[in-house]
Write a protein that binds this ligand. Structure first.
Ligand SMILES: *[C@@H]1O[C@H](CO)[C@@H](O)[C@H](O)[C@H]1NC(C)=O
Length: 215
């Protein structure tokens, strides 16, 4: 007979594995009804008899986004707003465009693993594993290369080529969530008390106030 420790360890693992992705749908599809006021885990489904092919489709992802902004990044998200038919199916897509110096700053997706493929250019990508040992896993990707960012870990991308770069990424959630590290910590509303950030970052209060002023 297996030991109780093994049993409960296995149970915990099964529970974690089961809770690490969107819940399984209970119907073939649940095309989001944009007009429904009903709130549930996902969006309410519209009457299946009114569903059309266009509910499962969008277009324009071949068009590069405008990267004239402070981070040199454009994000074109494809979620249940753009494709109502992906509601409840545990998946979403993004197009990223990067200026030659562009950065997708360190951030977390609390509910989804991300898989990214480079369409054009070269990207340095990386994520940091849990503490300890805070290991940075990083790689320079070329056109056609694919990289995975595990769910819940801090990750970033940076264009290291001389020209613009672009990528397509998919997430294992219809709403993977987005926690930008810098603005979450220094641009929260209301502010995190600056003495908390002074101790967390081991810097002078003026430095904290300066960074807060940027967000
Ligand atoms: C790109 O965005 C910038 C800043 O918002 C704007 O000034 C510029 O006109 C945009 N360019 C295009 C081609 O839309």
């Amino acid at each position: 007979m297996a030991s109780p420790i093994l049993f409960f360890g296995l149970l915990a693992f099964v529970f974690l594995a089961a809770s690490a992705s969107d819940p399984s749908p209970l119907q073939d599809f649940c095309v989001a009804d944009a007009k429904s006021p009903v709130l549930l885990n996902g969006l309410a489904c519209k009457d299946p008899t009114t569903v059309e092919a266009s509910d499962f489709s969008t277009s324009g992802l071949h068009i590069a986004g405008n990267t004239s902004n402070p981070t040199g990044l454009s994000v074109n998200p494809i979620g249940a707003t753009q494709i109502p038919g992906l509601n409840t199916l545990g998946i979403s897509l993004f197009r990223f465009d990067y200026a030659p110096w562009g950065v997708n700053p360190p951030h977390i997706h609390p509910r989804g693993t991300e898989i990214l493929t480079v369409l054009e250019g070269s990207l340095e990508v990386g994520f940091v594993a849990s503490n300890p040992p805070n290991r940075l896993i990083t790689k320079v990707l070329q056109k056609g290369d694919v990289f995975v960012f595990p769910i819940g870990l801090i990750h970033y991308q940076r264009n290291v080529g001389k020209k613009g770069a672009s990528a397509i990424a998919a997430a294992s959630s219809q709403n993977a969530g987005f926690i930008p590290i810098a603005s979450s910590l220094f641009g929260s509303n209301p502010d995190i008390p600056s003495d908390v950030l002074v101790k967390a970052f081991q810097v002078d209060k003026n430095v904290v106030n300066y960074i807060q002023s940027k967000f």
